[in-house]
Ligand binder design. Structure first.
Ligand code: FAD
Length: 454
């Protein structure tokens, strides 16, 4: 039997759910079908239960900036949202310093502080112009100077991105990397300045239910008959507008919204032109192997998360979900998420990596020898971070143009092949619904009259 739908939405993560929610809100109730391969919604914004713990796919904190996004998310999670003042640190040279590293070197060995401050001030005294399209490496060097580059920016970012900084662009980092003033760098070298920098001085987190509470709240507002779980897309015929879905069979659609990682979508879509296939081959990403553990001691850390730039630690970041919400672990315990980045082609020995990670956490003092690991759960994130190399923008442009010509919108963090976060993903869904309806996209406005689906 062939199923027919006006809009087929691939993926029941935040992007897919938000598209459906906004189509409903904009008056096109139920003229879509969402298919999701898993037995539940949420995608990477979901949470997994194990032995009394609730583990997210690494840390998922809500940073709300857009007025509409903020209003929608706080409404969806009304009565179930706690605001936290961020406590974020960097562990290097055997000490913890406050985030961001560039503004908080106080506490590091004097020689390291001197190198960081001298390099920064030298840049200020003799600024060097950035080239027209600077690499991330050039930007780091000319913005922060050689000391900050050597002691944090280069080792941390290369550990995360698995790419030389000279091979990356600056397109992604604008909102993610704070650039302090000279006096802030100096003051932060002389004293423990408790000043907030950056995009995430505060964050919100569901009081109960882990980050899964957000996709669940969105899903509860759409018609459950329009959501097909345990339904994996295995082939899309872009010309005939037919999708093959495991568990459902053939689905004929008029418009397609993709939220699967772009690489995975292109691997099941036909026909593709030579230019699109070549652009697909140029897409690069890194995988994150996320080890979650439950520990038999309350409050093993007073922090929210810690960055680890040094090579001797296999992980680049470790966070403490039981400090976001007491409901995600049994009384008297703590939980941790440990994030390890790898090239997607690299084979991972999880036993060895878990052993090395726990040894690292004992060495830096997060775990005590007497701590007992109550449970652990690996969550592999095959496509975690899109690499912004020199080829990314042109490749994405070629692919998106070709897809648009076939009536496909590819959105979300991985469908849109970008570095973004949950609020932005929800807004992607809103914009997508508006565009499907042929509406001019008006940020923060979803009240204007509607037209039919185009
Ligand atoms: C390490 C890490 C940390 C992050 N931290 C934060 C944070 O602190 N704060 C924040 O706001 N954001 C954070 N994010 C970003 C956040 O996860 C994303 O913005 C958001 O989850 C993207 O949702 P999406 O719907 O675009 O994609 P997804 O969540 O990937 O949704 C896609 C859906 O498609 C489904 N699917 C895949 N293949 C198929 C198939 N063949 N057929 C059917 N269904 C399929 C998947 O199961 C999934 O449900 C983080 C991301 C990562 C990787």
């Amino acid at each position: 039997m062939t199923v027919k739908t006006e809009v087929l939405i691939l993926g029941g993560g935040l992007a897919g759910l938000s598209t459906a929610y906004h189509l409903d809100q904009l008056g096109k109730k139920g003229r879509y079908l969402i298919i999701e391969k898993r037995e539940k919604v949420g995608g990477r914004a979901g949470s997994e239960k194990k032995d009394g713990f609730l583990f997210d796919h690494t840390g998922h904190l809500l940073h709300l900036h857009d007025p509409y996004g903020k209003k929608l998310i706080t409404n969806l999670l009304r009565g179930n949202l706690t605001s936290h003042e961020r406590s974020t640190w960097i562990h290097s040279h055997g000490v913890d310093t406050r985030y961001p590293f560039q503004a908080n070197t106080f506490g590091l060995p004097p020689k390291v502080i001197a190198e960081c401050v001298a390099g920064f001030l030298q840049n200020k005294r003799r600024p060097r112009a950035l080239s027209k399209h600077p690499s991330f490496g050039e930007w780091v060097d000319k913005t922060f100077g050689s000391g900050i580059e050597r002691h944090f920016m280069k080792p941390y970012n290369e550990k995360l991105w698995r790419t030389p900084l000279k091979g990356m662009t600056t397109e992604w980092q604008g909102r993610f990397l704070p650039s302090p003033k000279a006096e802030e760098v100096l003051y932060g070298a002389l004293t423990d300045q408790k000043k907030f920098f950056g995009y995430n001085a505060f964050f919100r987190y569901p009081t109960k239910g882990g980050t899964q509470a957000l996709p669940d709240a969105l899903a509860s507002r759409i018609d459950s008959k329009k959501l097909s779980l345990n339904s994996r897309a295995t082939h899309i015929d872009l010309r005939e507008k037919v999708a093959l879905i495991e568990g459902l069979g053939e689905v004929r659609y008029e418009r397609l919204v993709n939220t699967l990682p772009l690489n995975e979508f292109l691997d099941i879509a036909t026909p593709l032109s030579g230019a699109v296939k070549a652009a697909r081959r140029r897409l690069r990403w890194v995988s994150v192997h996320n080890l979650n553990v439950g520990v038999d001691r309350a409050r093993i850390s007073d922090k929210h998360w810690i960055y680890f730039p040094e090579k001797k630690y296999p992980f680049y970041r470790v966070g403490f979900p039981t400090n976001f919400s007491r409901s995600v672990g049994p009384r008297g315990t703590s939980s941790m998420y440990i994030e390890i980045s790898r090239d997607p082609k690299q084979r991972v020995d999880y036993r060895a990596l878990a052993k090395a990670s726990l040894a690292g956490l004992r060495e830096c003092g997060v775990l005590k020898r007497s701590d007992r690991i109550l449970t652990s759960l690996w969550i592999p994130i095959e496509c975690a971070y899109v690499v912004y190399d020199q080829a990314r923008t042109a490749s994405v442009h070629t692919i998106m143009k070709a897809l648009a010509g076939r009536g496909v919108r590819s959105i979300g963090r991985w469908g849109g092949w970008k570095y973004s976060f949950m609020e932005e993903t929800i807004l992607d869904g809103k914009r997508c619904a508006e565009r499907l309806l042929g509406r001019r996209v008006l940020e923060s406005d979803s009240r204007a009259p509607l037209q039919s689906l185009k």
